[in-house]
Design a protein around this ligand. Sequence first.
Ligand code: NVA
Length: 313
Amino acid sequence: MTRHLLADDDLTPQEQRRVLDLALAMKADRYARRPLEGPQTVAIIFDKPTLRTQLSFAAGVSELGGYPMVVDGDLAQIGVRESVADVARVVGRQVSAIVWRTYGQDRLEEMARHAAVPVVNALTDDYHPCQLLADLMTIREHRGDLAGRSLAYLGDGANNMAQSYLLACATAGMHVRLASPASHRPRADILTRAERIAAETGGSVGVTDDPLAAVDGVDAVATDTWVSMGQEGEKTSRQAEDSPFTPFALTPELLVRAARDALVLHCLPAYRGFEISAEVIDGPQSVVWDEAENRLHAQKAVLAFLLSGGSMP
Ligand code: NVA
């Protein structure tokens, strides 16, 4: 069966742990494994802007011995010039895997239904599972075992990062607390999925509109931009002083309420003075540069995992 990574809970808890183990091993011996030698081609398609994702997938595929073919979504016009299903049938015959950053999750799911090769979510409006693998890898590097650890996410609770934190942290057996304005909560069905997973793994999931309660004593605090790609038209209101997000800014005053050495995570790009203070992202508790590097290792591991059909290479 062709395996895909469309959302964070496409990996079982055991699989997530094995992918993270492999990512850490790949980081420790960066050029040792070349499962795509041949080279096999991986199509990496962008319908939205990118820096880290293009770099880390391109470098990662070439380090695995494969050929990264970056496709400009504006040229391909998937779903405009031809249907997603037809594109999937064509691309799936040319390459070994498809990595796609796009808008609707339904587009990615349609691609996976019709492509004969693994499809990887490189960010949709709903999820960003590759980033979450990098985040979990970073927490493991700094703190060891993930199970039982706690993480607070602050800000836009309805965006891709928020929803991925719920699913991925629950899968890892972590306690995840999300603090957002009541107007920007995660989707109810995603919350239910995360709660079900947490019930199996021993983790827990909480949603609140009280940022102080969310960060109280946690091992890690994460945030993300208040203006996701595609929401540029709302930039002024989302970043205004009286925006509903303002009380959720990750400031030094809020960070002191977390555990003394709590890790600070941000997927980047970051907007200092809005969702995070400069003192926090540039301060001693920040691990954002490790997090950015770990995109490479985590994505190499997930590609190797999917291309082996879910058995480990
Ligand atoms: N929520 C952000 C994540 C960027 C990596 C966005 O979708 O733009």
